[in-house]
Write a protein that binds this ligand. Sequence first.
Ligand SMILES: Nc1ncnc2c1ncn2[C@@H]1O[C@H](COP(=O)(O)OP(=O)(O)O)[C@@H](O)[C@H]1O
Ligand SMILES: [Mg+2]
Length: 312
Amino acid sequence: MTAPALELRRLGKTFVLGRGRARQEVQAVRDVDLVLPSGGILGLVGESGSGKTTTAMLALRLTDPTSGQILLEGADITHLPPAALRAHRRRMQVIFQDSYSALDPMFTLARSVAEPLMIHGIGTARERHEAAEGWLERVGLRGYGARYPHELSGGQRQRVAIARALILRPSVLIADEPTSALDVSVKAQIINLLMDLQQEMNLSILFVSHDLSVVRSLTDRLAVMWHGRIVEEAPTEAIFAAARHPYTQALLDAIPAHHPRQRRQRSFQSRTQIEAAVPRIPAADLALPAVPGPLPQLATLSSGHRAEVIVT
Ligand SMILES: Nc1ncnc2c1ncn2[C@@H]1O[C@H](COP(=O)(O)OP(=O)(O)O)[C@@H](O)[C@H]1O
Ligand SMILES: [Mg+2]
Protein backbone atom coordinates (compact mmCIF):
# COMPACT_ATOMS: atom_id res chain seq x y z
CA MET A 1 0.00 0.00 0.00
CA THR A 2 1.33 3.43 -0.85
CA ALA A 3 1.51 5.97 1.97
CA PRO A 4 -1.06 8.76 1.87
CA ALA A 5 0.16 11.87 0.06
CA LEU A 6 -0.36 13.92 3.20
CA GLU A 7 -1.38 13.00 6.69
CA LEU A 8 -2.09 15.32 9.60
CA ARG A 9 -2.17 13.69 13.03
CA ARG A 10 -3.72 15.45 15.99
CA LEU A 11 -2.39 18.72 14.66
CA GLY A 12 -2.80 21.79 16.84
CA LYS A 13 -1.85 25.46 16.67
CA THR A 14 -2.29 28.02 19.41
CA PHE A 15 -1.43 31.63 18.66
CA VAL A 16 -0.41 33.80 21.60
CA LEU A 17 -1.40 37.42 21.31
CA GLY A 18 -0.28 40.26 23.57
CA ARG A 19 1.70 40.05 26.80
CA GLY A 20 1.13 40.15 30.53
CA ARG A 21 -2.46 40.90 31.38
CA ALA A 22 -3.37 41.44 27.75
CA ARG A 23 -2.07 37.96 26.88
CA GLN A 24 -4.61 35.94 24.98
CA GLU A 25 -4.46 32.52 23.40
CA VAL A 26 -6.23 31.65 20.16
CA GLN A 27 -6.61 27.94 19.51
CA ALA A 28 -6.77 28.23 15.75
CA VAL A 29 -6.44 24.48 15.07
CA ARG A 30 -7.27 21.67 17.50
CA ASP A 31 -6.47 17.97 17.17
CA VAL A 32 -6.92 17.87 13.42
CA ASP A 33 -6.67 14.37 11.93
CA LEU A 34 -6.80 14.33 8.13
CA VAL A 35 -5.63 11.99 5.40
CA LEU A 36 -5.15 13.06 1.79
CA PRO A 37 -4.89 9.80 -0.18
CA SER A 38 -2.39 9.62 -3.02
CA GLY A 39 -4.11 10.90 -6.18
CA GLY A 40 -7.17 12.09 -4.24
CA ILE A 41 -8.85 15.48 -3.90
CA LEU A 42 -9.87 16.41 -0.38
CA GLY A 43 -11.92 19.53 0.27
CA LEU A 44 -11.51 21.48 3.50
CA VAL A 45 -14.51 23.72 4.06
CA GLY A 46 -15.75 26.00 6.81
CA GLU A 47 -16.60 29.59 7.52
CA SER A 48 -14.02 32.36 7.67
CA GLY A 49 -11.91 32.07 10.83
CA SER A 50 -12.50 28.35 11.31
CA GLY A 51 -8.79 27.53 10.92
CA LYS A 52 -8.52 26.38 7.30
CA THR A 53 -5.59 28.59 6.28
CA THR A 54 -3.74 27.82 9.51
CA THR A 55 -4.16 24.10 8.77
CA ALA A 56 -2.77 24.66 5.25
CA MET A 57 0.17 26.69 6.60
CA LEU A 58 0.92 23.95 9.14
CA ALA A 59 0.84 21.24 6.47
CA LEU A 60 3.25 23.31 4.35
CA ARG A 61 5.44 23.92 7.42
CA LEU A 62 5.10 27.65 6.82
CA THR A 63 4.10 27.89 10.46
CA ASP A 64 5.13 25.51 13.26
CA PRO A 65 2.55 23.37 15.03
CA THR A 66 1.97 23.55 18.78
CA SER A 67 1.22 19.82 18.79
CA GLY A 68 0.78 16.90 16.43
CA GLN A 69 2.50 15.53 13.35
CA ILE A 70 2.71 16.16 9.59
CA LEU A 71 3.58 13.28 7.27
CA LEU A 72 4.34 13.94 3.62
CA GLU A 73 4.32 10.74 1.54
CA GLY A 74 4.93 8.79 4.73
CA ALA A 75 7.87 10.93 5.92
CA ASP A 76 7.49 12.81 9.19
CA ILE A 77 8.36 16.43 8.34
CA THR A 78 7.04 17.95 11.59
CA HIS A 79 10.41 18.91 13.00
CA LEU A 80 12.69 18.86 9.96
CA PRO A 81 15.17 21.76 9.93
CA PRO A 82 15.09 24.07 6.87
CA ALA A 83 17.88 22.32 4.93
CA ALA A 84 16.24 18.90 5.23
CA LEU A 85 12.83 20.40 4.51
CA ARG A 86 13.93 21.76 1.13
CA ALA A 87 13.80 18.43 -0.70
CA HIS A 88 10.33 17.73 0.71
CA ARG A 89 9.09 21.24 -0.16
CA ARG A 90 9.51 20.44 -3.83
CA ARG A 91 6.95 17.68 -3.39
CA MET A 92 4.29 19.99 -1.99
CA GLN A 93 3.30 23.30 -3.59
CA VAL A 94 0.63 25.88 -2.87
CA ILE A 95 -1.62 28.39 -4.60
CA PHE A 96 -3.45 31.12 -2.72
CA GLN A 97 -6.49 33.27 -3.33
CA ASP A 98 -4.28 36.26 -4.00
CA SER A 99 -1.63 35.00 -6.37
CA TYR A 100 -0.92 38.49 -7.56
CA SER A 101 1.20 39.17 -4.49
CA ALA A 102 3.27 36.05 -5.25
CA LEU A 103 4.22 37.31 -8.71
CA ASP A 104 7.01 39.86 -8.99
CA PRO A 105 5.57 42.79 -11.02
CA MET A 106 9.00 43.37 -12.58
CA PHE A 107 9.35 39.81 -13.87
CA THR A 108 7.94 38.51 -17.14
CA LEU A 109 5.50 35.64 -16.69
CA ALA A 110 8.03 33.17 -18.15
CA ARG A 111 10.57 34.25 -15.55
CA SER A 112 8.06 33.99 -12.69
CA VAL A 113 6.99 30.52 -13.77
CA ALA A 114 10.63 29.41 -14.20
CA GLU A 115 11.70 30.77 -10.82
CA PRO A 116 11.03 27.60 -8.76
CA LEU A 117 13.34 25.66 -11.13
CA MET A 118 16.01 28.29 -10.59
CA ILE A 119 15.59 28.17 -6.80
CA HIS A 120 16.07 24.40 -6.87
CA GLY A 121 18.96 24.60 -9.36
CA ILE A 122 17.21 22.60 -12.06
CA GLY A 123 18.20 22.83 -15.75
CA THR A 124 19.99 25.49 -17.77
CA ALA A 125 18.52 28.97 -18.25
CA ARG A 126 17.32 27.94 -21.68
CA GLU A 127 15.74 24.71 -20.45
CA ARG A 128 13.97 26.56 -17.66
CA HIS A 129 12.63 29.13 -20.08
CA GLU A 130 11.33 26.41 -22.39
CA ALA A 131 9.73 24.57 -19.49
CA ALA A 132 8.03 27.80 -18.39
CA GLU A 133 6.70 28.48 -21.89
CA GLY A 134 5.42 24.89 -22.02
CA TRP A 135 3.62 25.29 -18.71
CA LEU A 136 2.10 28.62 -19.73
CA GLU A 137 0.75 26.89 -22.80
CA ARG A 138 -0.58 23.99 -20.70
CA VAL A 139 -2.57 26.36 -18.49
CA GLY A 140 -4.05 28.15 -21.51
CA LEU A 141 -1.65 31.10 -21.77
CA ARG A 142 0.25 30.25 -24.93
CA GLY A 143 2.50 33.08 -26.04
CA TYR A 144 2.17 35.00 -22.75
CA GLY A 145 5.77 34.42 -21.63
CA ALA A 146 6.98 37.95 -22.32
CA ARG A 147 4.02 39.65 -20.63
CA TYR A 148 3.84 41.11 -17.13
CA PRO A 149 1.41 40.34 -14.27
CA HIS A 150 -0.45 43.67 -14.52
CA GLU A 151 -1.57 42.77 -18.04
CA LEU A 152 -3.57 39.78 -16.78
CA SER A 153 -7.09 39.23 -15.49
CA GLY A 154 -7.65 37.52 -12.14
CA GLY A 155 -8.32 34.17 -13.78
CA GLN A 156 -5.18 34.44 -15.92
CA ARG A 157 -3.11 35.22 -12.83
CA GLN A 158 -4.41 32.07 -11.17
CA ARG A 159 -3.40 30.14 -14.28
CA VAL A 160 0.13 31.54 -13.92
CA ALA A 161 0.11 30.59 -10.21
CA ILE A 162 -0.89 27.03 -11.16
CA ALA A 163 1.90 26.81 -13.77
CA ARG A 164 4.40 28.09 -11.23
CA ALA A 165 3.24 25.63 -8.59
CA LEU A 166 3.29 22.62 -10.91
CA ILE A 167 6.52 23.22 -12.83
CA LEU A 168 8.41 21.30 -10.10
CA ARG A 169 6.03 18.35 -10.62
CA PRO A 170 4.96 18.12 -6.97
CA SER A 171 2.84 15.24 -5.76
CA VAL A 172 0.75 17.43 -3.45
CA LEU A 173 -0.94 20.73 -4.28
CA ILE A 174 -2.55 22.80 -1.55
CA ALA A 175 -5.02 25.30 -2.97
CA ASP A 176 -6.26 27.86 -0.43
CA GLU A 177 -9.44 29.55 -1.76
CA PRO A 178 -7.92 29.75 -5.27
CA THR A 179 -11.21 30.69 -6.90
CA SER A 180 -12.76 32.85 -4.19
CA ALA A 181 -11.91 36.14 -5.86
CA LEU A 182 -13.09 35.06 -9.32
CA ASP A 183 -16.36 35.43 -11.25
CA VAL A 184 -18.57 32.36 -11.54
CA SER A 185 -17.64 31.47 -15.14
CA VAL A 186 -13.92 31.98 -14.56
CA LYS A 187 -14.19 29.96 -11.35
CA ALA A 188 -15.52 26.98 -13.33
CA GLN A 189 -12.67 27.24 -15.85
CA ILE A 190 -10.03 27.17 -13.11
CA ILE A 191 -11.74 24.20 -11.43
CA ASN A 192 -11.79 22.35 -14.78
CA LEU A 193 -8.12 23.10 -15.35
CA LEU A 194 -7.24 21.76 -11.90
CA MET A 195 -9.28 18.61 -12.53
CA ASP A 196 -7.51 17.99 -15.86
CA LEU A 197 -4.07 18.51 -14.33
CA GLN A 198 -4.94 16.31 -11.37
CA GLN A 199 -5.76 13.45 -13.76
CA GLU A 200 -2.72 13.99 -15.94
CA MET A 201 -0.22 14.24 -13.11
CA ASN A 202 -1.93 12.03 -10.53
CA LEU A 203 -1.76 15.02 -8.22
CA SER A 204 -3.11 14.88 -4.69
CA ILE A 205 -4.98 18.10 -3.90
CA LEU A 206 -6.06 19.66 -0.63
CA PHE A 207 -8.64 22.22 -1.75
CA VAL A 208 -9.57 24.82 0.86
CA SER A 209 -12.79 26.77 0.41
CA HIS A 210 -15.53 28.50 2.38
CA ASP A 211 -17.94 27.62 -0.43
CA LEU A 212 -19.46 24.12 -0.49
CA SER A 213 -20.89 24.51 -3.98
CA VAL A 214 -17.38 25.03 -5.44
CA VAL A 215 -15.97 21.83 -3.96
CA ARG A 216 -18.87 19.56 -4.80
CA SER A 217 -17.81 18.74 -8.38
CA LEU A 218 -14.11 18.73 -7.61
CA THR A 219 -13.54 16.68 -4.47
CA ASP A 220 -13.79 12.99 -3.55
CA ARG A 221 -13.99 13.69 0.16
CA LEU A 222 -14.88 16.66 2.29
CA ALA A 223 -13.70 17.71 5.72
CA VAL A 224 -15.74 20.35 7.51
CA MET A 225 -13.95 22.65 9.92
CA TRP A 226 -15.63 24.59 12.69
CA HIS A 227 -13.87 26.56 15.45
CA GLY A 228 -10.55 24.88 14.70
CA ARG A 229 -11.85 21.32 14.72
CA ILE A 230 -12.87 18.85 12.04
CA VAL A 231 -16.54 18.25 12.87
CA GLU A 232 -17.34 16.01 9.92
CA GLU A 233 -15.40 14.16 7.23
CA ALA A 234 -16.84 11.82 4.62
CA PRO A 235 -17.12 11.13 0.88
CA THR A 236 -18.40 14.34 -0.74
CA GLU A 237 -21.66 12.77 -1.88
CA ALA A 238 -22.32 11.36 1.61
CA ILE A 239 -21.98 14.90 3.00
CA PHE A 240 -24.47 16.25 0.47
CA ALA A 241 -26.85 13.32 0.91
CA ALA A 242 -26.68 12.78 4.65
CA ALA A 243 -24.69 15.33 6.63
CA ARG A 244 -24.72 14.43 10.32
CA HIS A 245 -23.23 17.41 12.11
CA PRO A 246 -25.50 20.45 12.62
CA TYR A 247 -22.79 22.83 11.42
CA THR A 248 -22.42 20.89 8.14
CA GLN A 249 -26.19 20.99 7.76
CA ALA A 250 -26.19 24.74 8.30
CA LEU A 251 -23.44 25.14 5.67
CA LEU A 252 -25.48 23.09 3.18
CA ASP A 253 -28.56 25.18 3.88
CA ALA A 254 -26.57 28.31 3.10
CA ILE A 255 -25.91 27.20 -0.50
CA PRO A 256 -28.17 29.24 -2.74
CA ALA A 257 -30.81 26.87 -4.12
CA HIS A 258 -31.86 26.83 -7.76
CA HIS A 259 -35.46 27.08 -6.63
CA PRO A 260 -35.76 29.32 -3.59
CA ARG A 261 -38.99 27.67 -2.47
CA GLN A 262 -37.26 24.31 -2.12
CA ARG A 263 -34.73 25.84 0.17
CA ARG A 264 -34.88 24.38 3.62
CA GLN A 265 -34.45 26.76 6.47
CA ARG A 266 -32.80 25.72 9.66
CA SER A 267 -33.06 28.06 12.56
CA PHE A 268 -29.82 27.44 14.47
CA GLN A 269 -26.99 29.74 13.58
CA SER A 270 -25.13 30.50 16.79
CA ARG A 271 -22.39 28.38 18.28
CA THR A 272 -24.52 27.39 21.26
CA GLN A 273 -27.44 26.40 19.04
CA ILE A 274 -25.17 24.24 16.93
CA GLU A 275 -23.58 22.65 20.00
CA ALA A 276 -27.02 21.87 21.41
CA ALA A 277 -28.01 20.13 18.16
CA VAL A 278 -25.04 17.73 18.07
CA PRO A 279 -26.57 14.24 17.71
CA ARG A 280 -26.42 11.70 20.53
CA ILE A 281 -25.55 8.24 19.28
CA PRO A 282 -25.36 4.97 21.25
CA ALA A 283 -21.87 3.46 21.17
CA ALA A 284 -23.33 0.23 19.77
CA ASP A 285 -24.48 2.08 16.63
CA LEU A 286 -20.98 3.27 15.69
CA ALA A 287 -18.86 1.57 13.04
CA LEU A 288 -15.77 1.85 15.26
CA PRO A 289 -15.82 1.51 19.06
CA ALA A 290 -15.76 4.73 21.11
CA VAL A 291 -16.05 5.45 24.82
CA PRO A 292 -19.31 7.14 25.83
CA GLY A 293 -18.83 10.63 27.29
CA PRO A 294 -20.56 13.96 27.82
CA LEU A 295 -18.44 15.89 25.27
CA PRO A 296 -18.72 15.74 21.48
CA GLN A 297 -16.11 13.47 19.91
CA LEU A 298 -15.20 12.70 16.33
CA ALA A 299 -16.66 9.21 15.89
CA THR A 300 -16.77 6.86 12.92
CA LEU A 301 -20.48 6.52 12.18
CA SER A 302 -20.13 4.29 9.16
CA SER A 303 -17.23 3.23 7.00
CA GLY A 304 -15.42 6.40 5.94
CA HIS A 305 -17.90 8.79 7.58
CA ARG A 306 -16.74 10.60 10.71
CA ALA A 307 -18.67 13.24 12.60
CA GLU A 308 -18.57 14.89 16.00
CA VAL A 309 -21.34 13.35 18.07
CA ILE A 310 -22.05 12.69 21.73
CA VAL A 311 -21.56 8.97 22.30
CA THR A 312 -24.08 7.61 24.80
N1 LIG B 1 -0.76 34.77 12.67
C1 LIG B 1 -1.83 34.74 13.48
N2 LIG B 1 -1.79 35.30 14.72
C2 LIG B 1 -2.86 35.25 15.53
N3 LIG B 1 -4.03 34.70 15.23
C3 LIG B 1 -4.15 34.13 14.02
C4 LIG B 1 -3.06 34.13 13.08
N4 LIG B 1 -3.49 33.49 11.95
C5 LIG B 1 -4.76 33.11 12.17
N5 LIG B 1 -5.16 33.49 13.41
C6 LIG B 1 -6.48 33.23 14.01
O1 LIG B 1 -6.75 31.85 13.90
C7 LIG B 1 -8.11 31.63 13.57
C8 LIG B 1 -8.22 30.84 12.28
O2 LIG B 1 -7.79 31.65 11.19
P1 LIG B 1 -7.58 31.09 9.71
O3 LIG B 1 -6.78 29.84 9.79
O4 LIG B 1 -7.05 32.18 8.87
O5 LIG B 1 -9.08 30.72 9.29
P2 LIG B 1 -9.75 30.56 7.86
O6 LIG B 1 -8.68 30.33 6.84
O7 LIG B 1 -10.66 29.38 8.02
O8 LIG B 1 -10.52 31.81 7.61
C9 LIG B 1 -8.78 32.99 13.53
O9 LIG B 1 -9.34 33.24 14.78
C10 LIG B 1 -7.61 33.92 13.26
O10 LIG B 1 -7.87 35.20 13.78
MG1 LIG C 1 -8.35 31.34 5.01
